[in-house]
Design a protein around this ligand. Structure first.
Ligand code: SF4
Length: 808
C-alpha cells in the first residue's frame, strides 16, 4: 500500500466505517495460565482439535510461511483451524500451497510461541523475563525498570534527537504498518532486510532497467538459471511453471551452480562454476553476442543508452570465452553454445534474475551485466522474456511524519577525505532506503556513528540468525540500552530484548491489502482467520496501545528542546501543534477499515476480498476452471506481457549501460571484471557456501515441528574425496571454523560439491532454549560467515568466507 506523507500534517483519509471483521471464535480453552521467568510455554489442549464435530467455515487468507504470499482457505471448526487449502482464485499462486504453506497451521498452535508481554528480569541475553500486562509493558518502554532505561530518559538525555532510536524490520505485509510508527516517531535510522538479502539484485536491475522485472517462465523457450535453486530453495508456483509448464513442454533449462543441486538435476545442462565468478561468465556471453552480431539491433537502436561504449568496453577488455574459462571453470565451448542458443530463442529467453541473497563482492555489477545481456537480445517487456506487467492501483491513505528540529540525519559515516572517484561513505558508495545493516552494526560497536543510538525497536526480524558474524550482533544487542522486540516466536534476538511484545500469527490478523503486479495482476488480502490466541495482538493494535501511552510524554520532551515547536505553540495553541505530533494518529483505524478504504474505488471489491481473498476487475468474467488444477485468470489477449513497447522503466526510458554518477562514487559505471574478484581458496581451506531449503524459510520456520519432521537439522556438504582423506563419514560431527567463529554440525560427504568448497543450509542452530525444536538443531552459518560487504550498497557478501574443517 502506498502512503502519502504530509510533514507535520495528518489528513485523515476517507475511511469507510464498514468493518470487515474476521470470524470471531472463542479460544479460551486454548489459553495457558502458565507464566514463568522464562518465555512462557503454555499448554495447548490439542484434544479440542478433533475434527468432524462442528460446522466448518472457510476463511480466505494469505500464507506467510515465506515471502511469496500464496492464497489459501483456512478451514475452521469449533474455533480451531483444522486445515489450510490452496485458494484457486489467486493468479500468483495458481491453486498451490507448498509443504511449508500447509505446515503454517503449526505456527498458530506452536506451544513455544510468545503468548504474553514480557519484561526482562535477568541479565541481557540471558532470556529471563517476567510476564506483565500490556499496560505494564508500555510503561516499561516509556519509563524503564531497574534493569534498563525507558524512552523518556533516553530521549531527554539525547535532547530529543529522535534518531537515538533504531527501527528495524523483516519482510512482511505489516512491515508498512510498523514503518508508519518509525516515520511518526521521527528517527532517521531505519534498517530492513534488504542489505542482508536482495539489495544488489533489486538495485542492479533497478538502475539498469528501471525496475526488478518478473520472468515469464511460462512462455520462455530458453532459461539460464545461475545460482538460483528453484527446485528446492523456494518452491513457489513459478517453480511449478519452470518445471511443469516450461520443461514439460520442451523449453531448455541451463543450470549454473557450484553445487549439483535439485535444480541441476532437473535441468538440461548443469555447469559447475567457481563461486563468485558469474560476472565473468556473463561478460563472456556478452562478448560472443557482440562479436557474432547476435544482438537485436532494432531494440538497441530504440532502447539503449551508451551501447557503443559498453560494446567497446567488452571488446577492448577481451572478455572472450577462453578468458572466462580460466576464471569460471566453465569450458569456452559451452559459453559459445549458450550465447548462441540464447540468441536463437530470444526474445523468448530469460537469464533468470533470481531472488537470491548477495553472494559476492561483485554482485551489483553481475546484476547489471545480466540485465544488459538480456536487453541486448530485446527480451524485455515481452512474452517469454522479462516482463514488467501491470499493477492495479490502491487508494492511498495519509500517514504522519512530523519534523523534529533536533532529530539527526541517518547514522552513517561519511568519508570526509573522499576525492572524486571515491566512495562518499567509508564502507559503501550508496546509502539505500533500507540502509546497510552490517555497516550500521559495525560502526555502532566501534562508537564511530556521528551520535549515540541507545534504543532499538525490532519487528519480525531476527538479526542474531540472519546477519553475518553473530557474535558482533550479540554485542550490539547487549550494548543497546533499550531493546523492544515485536515477534511471534522467542527467537535468538528476542532473548536479548528488554521488552517483548507478542504479535499474533498471520492466521490471527488482517494485514494491509496488497496489490500484486504482473502479467495477470490482482489484489489480495490476508483476512483474520481466528481471534488471536493468548494475549497476542496484531502489530496495528500493539502500536495503537503503545503510541497512546508514549505520545504525550515524548511530546513534552520535544516541547522542551525544539525551538520551532515552542514558537508554533506561541503562535497557535499547544493542542493544535500536538495534533501534528500525535503518534497515535496512524493507528486510530482498524486494518479492516483501512483495507476497505484502499479498494473503495472498485465496486464490490471489499466484499469479494473478504469472502474470496482475491479481486481484480472483470474477475467474474475472466476466471475459469479449465481442468482439475488448471485455471484461466485472464484471457490470453488481456495478459500484460508488454506494457511499454519494450521500453525500460528508467527515467530516460532506456537501458542504462554507463551510469556516470556511479563513477563519482567510486563505482564502476559499466560492469567490468577486476582481478580481486578471482576465486581464491588457500590450501587447506574451503569456500563456505550457504543457501536455502524447500522445507524452511530462513530461521522463521525453524521451530515448526511439522517441517522439522522433514528435515530435523542441517548437514555440511563435503566433497567425498576430501571427507575420505580426513576420515569423515556420514553424520560424523565436524567443526567448521573461520576468523569469525566456530560451529559444529554433522557431515554429508558427497560428490555434488567441488573439493575446495563446503555447503550448509541457512536457518538452523538457534541458541534460544525457548525454541524446543530449533534449539541447537545443527549449525548457524552466520556464526562463521565473515562480515564482508559488497562495496556499492554495503550488502552482506555471504559467499566470501574461507573456512577450515575438522572431525570432532
Ligand atoms: S510458496 Fe509455500 S510457504 Fe511460500 S507463500 Fe506459498 S505456500 Fe506459503
Amino acid at each position: 500500500m502506498q502512503v502519502e506523507i504530509s510533514r507535520r500534517k495528518f489528513l485523515q483519509g476517507t475511511v469507510a466505517m464498514t468493518v470487515l471483521g474476521g470470524t470471531a471464535l472463542s479460544t479460551t480453552n486454548l489459553f495457558s495460565s502458565v507464566h514463568t521467568a522464562k518465555p512462557v510455554t503454555g499448554d495447548i489442549n490439542f484434544g479440542t482439535t478433533k475434527t468432524g464435530t462442528g460446522k466448518i467455515t472457510q476463511v480466505a487468507t494469505l500464507c506467510e510461511m515465506c515471502v511469496n504470499k500464496c492464497a489459501a482457505f483456512a478451514s475452521v471448526e469449533n474455533g480451531i483451524i483444522t486445515k489450510l487449502n490452496p485458494n484457486p482464485l489467486f493468479p500468483k499462486s495458481k491453486n498451490m500451497l507448498c509443504p511449508r504453506g500447509n505446515a503454517g497451521i503449526q505456527s498458530i498452535y506452536d506451544p513455544d510461541r510468545l503468548k504474553y508481554p514480557m519484561v526482562r528480569v535477568g541479565e541481557k541475553g540471558e532470556g529471563k523475563f517476567k510476564r506483565v500486562t500490556w499496560g505494564e509493558a508500555y510503561e516499561a518502554i516509556l519509563n524503564g525498570t531497574d534493569k534498563f532505561p525507558g524512552m523518556k530518559k533516553i530521549l531527554d538525555e539525547e535532547k530529543d534527537n529522535r534518531s537515538s532510536f533504531l527501527f528495524c524490520a523483516g519482510e512482511g505485509m505489516a512491515e508498512h504498518t510498523f514503518k508508519q510508527f518509525y516515520q511518526a516517531f521521527g528517527s532517521a535510522n531505519w534498517l530492513n532486510h534488504a542489505s542482508i538479502c536482495l539489495q544488489t539484485v533489486s538495485s542492479g536491475y533497478g538502475v539498469t532497467l528501471g525496475t526488478y522485472p518478473q520472468s515469464d517462465l511460462e512462455n520462455a523457450e530458453y532459461i539460464i538459471m545461475a545460482g538460483a535453486n528453484r527446485a528446492e530453495a523456494i518452491v513457489t508456483p513459478d517453480s511449478m511453471d519452470l518445471f511443469k509448464r516450461t520443461k514439460g513442454r520442451g523449453a531448455k533449462l541451463i543450470c549454473i551452480d557450484p553445487r549439483f543441486t535439485n535444480t541441476a538435476i532437473k535441468s538440461d545442462k548443469w555447469l559447475a562454476i567457481n563461486p563468485g565468478t558469474d560476472l565473468a561468465f556473463v561478460l563472456a556471453l556478452t562478448y560472443v553476442t557482440l562479436t557474432e552480431e547476435l544482438e537485436n539491433k532494432e531494440y538497441i537502436e530504440k532502447h539503449f543508452n551508451n551501447y557503443e561504449q559498453y560494446k567497446e568496453s567488452i571488446l577492448t577488455n577481451k572478455y572472450t570465452p577462453q578468458w572466462a574459462e580460466k576464471i569460471t571453470g566453465i569450458k569456452a565451448k559451452e559459453i559459445y553454445t549458450i550465447a548462441r542458443e540464447f540468441a536463437q530463442a530470444a526474445p523468448k529467453a530469460v537469464y533468470y534474475p533470481g531472488r537470491r541473497s548477495t553472494f559476492s563482492k561483485n554482485d551489483f555489477q553481475l546484476r547489471r551485466a545480466m540485465a544488459i545481456f538480456q536487453a541486448l537480445h530485446g527480451a524485455i517487456d515481452c512474452k517469454g522474456g522479462l516482463v514488467f506487467g501491470k499493477k492495479i492501483p490502491l487508494k492511498s491513505h495519509e500517514g504522519l511524519a512530523p519534523l523534529y528540529e533536533r532529530s539527526e540525519a541517518r547514522a552513517v559515516v561519511k568519508n570526509t577525505n573522499a576525492k572524486v572517484g571515491e566512495a562518499g561513505y567509508d564502507d559503501c558508495a550508496v546509502v539505500s532506503g533500507g540502509g546497510s545493516w552490517l555497516s550500521w552494526r559495525n560502526h555502532y560497536l566501534t562508537d564511530t556513528h556521528p551520535y549515540k543510538v541507545r534504543g532499538m525497536f525490532c519487528y519480525k526480524h531476527n538479526p542474531m540468525m540472519n546477519m553475518p558474524n553473530t557474535a558482533k550482533t550479540a554485542q550490539m544487542l547487549k550494548k543497546m540500552e533499550l531493546v523492544v522486540t515485536i515477534d511471534t516466536m522467542p527467537s535468538d534476538t528476542v532473548m536479548y530484548a528488554d521488552v517483548v511484545l507478542p504479535e499474533c500469527t498471520y492466521l490471527e490478523r488482517t494485514d494491509p491489502v496488497k496489490t500484486f503486479g504482473g502479467v495477470e495482476p490482482s489484489i489480495a488480502v490476508r483476512n483474520k482467520v481466528v481471534e488471536p490466541l493468548y494475549e497476542s495482538k496484531p502489530v496495528m493494535e500493539i502500536l495503537n496501545g503503545l503510541t497512546k501511552k508514549i505520545s504525550k510524554p515524548l511530546f513534552e520532551i520535544t516541547k522542551a528542546y525544539d525551538e520551532d515547536v515552542q514558537e508554533e505553540i506561541e503562535d497557535s495553541s499547544e493542542e493544535e501543534v500536538y495534533s501534528e505530533f500525535d503518534l497515535n494518529l496512524p493507528f486510530k483505524h482498524t486494518q479492516e477499515e483501512l483495507n476497505h478504504h484502499a479498494v473503495s474505488m472498485y465496486e464490490g471489491a471489499a466484499e469479494k476480498l473478504h469472502k474470496d481473498g482475491v479481486f481484480y476487475p472483470d474477475m467474474d468474467k475472466y476466471f475459469k476452471e479449465l481442468s482439475i488444477n488448471e485455471h484461466q485468470y485472464y484471457p490470453e489477449n488481456k495478459k500484460a506481457y508488454s506494457v511499454r513497447g519494450g521500453a525500460p522503466k528508467t527515467p530516460s526510458g532506456k537501458v542504462e549501460c554507463n551510469i556516470k554518477s556511479f563513477a563519482q562514487k567510486g563505482v564502476d559505471p559499466m560492469p567490468i571484471w577486476r582481478d580481486e574478484y578471482n576465486f581464491v581458496v588457500p590450501n587447506g581451506k574451503f569456500k563456505l557456501l550457504t543457501g536455502r531449503h524447500a522445507q524452511f524459510t530462513q530461521s522463521g520456520t525453524a521451530n515448526n515441528v511439522m517441517l522439522r519432521d522433514l528435515m530435523p537439522e542441517n548437514f555440511i556438504w563435503i566433497n567425498k574425496r576430501v571427507a575420505k582423506e580426513k576420515n569423515i563419514k556420514f553424520a560424523d560431527i565436524v567443526e567448521v571454523s573461520s576468523e569469525t567463529g566456530k560451529v559444529q554440525l554433522k557431515a554429508y560427504p558427497t560428490e555434488k560439491i567441488a573439493p575446495n568448497q563446503v555447503f550448509f543450509i541457512h536457518g538452523f542452530g538457534e541458541e534460544s532454549d525457548a525454541l524446543t525444536w530449533a534449539y541447537k538443531n545443527g549449525g548457524n552459518d552466520n556464526t562463521v560467515i565473515s562480515d564482508g560487504m559488497e562495496p556499492v550498497y554495503g550488502a552482506a557478501a555471504m559467499h566470501e568466507t574461507n573456512v577450515e574443517i575438522r572431525k570432532v
